[in-house]
Design a protein around this ligand. Structure first.
Ligand SMILES: Cc1cc2nc3c(=O)[nH]c(=O)nc-3n(C[C@H](O)[C@H](O)[C@H](O)COP(=O)(O)O)c2cc1C
Length: 180
């Protein structure tokens, strides 16, 4: 059973964002509520309309948005959620998280969040194996951020290797087991 019922789903700009609608569907099937925080680059890969319709919630992708209810979005989302899942996580967003950079809605939400965080990286195999990316991952693991390792297989760039985002059902299984 999924213990984390209120989830901030962070999406960054990787091709695996096309799998996110299915991930949202599976999280809702476990009776979770999902609020999406997407980078602007993520929205090149999956549309706000799709994300809003499937999550049944307004999505956040700007830090400075017209005020609707006088809440500061990254803080109110952080108060609301039980956990944060970032899928797919680009090399870029992992680097920002590891270095305390808060220059967009997702990296700002990450720093405002003090509950369990799960990250599902997705990138080209050479990017994933790069010592800088691996160092950033280790730094985040050292502060108890949990990583859902990417799988081996065909990558969008046409090669094969380790870097494919885990399938939505395996991500949901991981959350269920990690949060028992
Ligand atoms: C077609 C395409 C696919 C991409 N896929 C990935 C990817 O899977 N993983 C990754 O780390 N970056 C990928 N990138 C590069 C990122 O989009 C780029 O680093 C961007 O700055 C990430 O921004 P964000 O982390 O703010 O979303 C891709 C770029 C393009 C044009």
């Amino acid at each position: 059973m999924l213990q984390c019922k209120k989830i901030i789903l962070g999406i960054s700009g990787g091709i695996a964002a096309y799998k996110v609608p299915e991930l949202i569907r599976q999280l809702l099937a476990k009776n979770a509520e999902v609020r999406v925080v997407a980078t602007k680059n993520a929205l090149q890969f999956v549309t706000p309309v799709t994300l809003q319709t499937l999550s049944r919630n307004k999505i956040t992708s700007e830090v400075f948005e017209p005020v609707s209810n006088f809440n500061v979005e990254h803080v109110s989302n952080a108060d609301w959620a039980d956990c944060m899942l970032v899928a797919p996580a680009t090399a870029n967003i992992i680097g920002k998280f590891a270095n305390g950079i808060a220059d967009d809605a997702l990296s700002t939400a990450f720093l405002a969040f003090d509950k369990p965080v799960f990250i599902a990286p997705a990138m080209n195999d050479k990017m994933y194996e790069h010592p800088v990316v691996q160092r950033n991952i280790r730094q985040l693991q050292a502060i108890d951020i949990q990583f859902i390792e990417p799988a081996y297989g065909e990558l969008a760039c046409g090669t094969s290797g380790k870097g494919r985002m885990e399938e939505p059902e395996n991500i949901v299984d991981f959350l269920e087991e990690a949060l028992f």
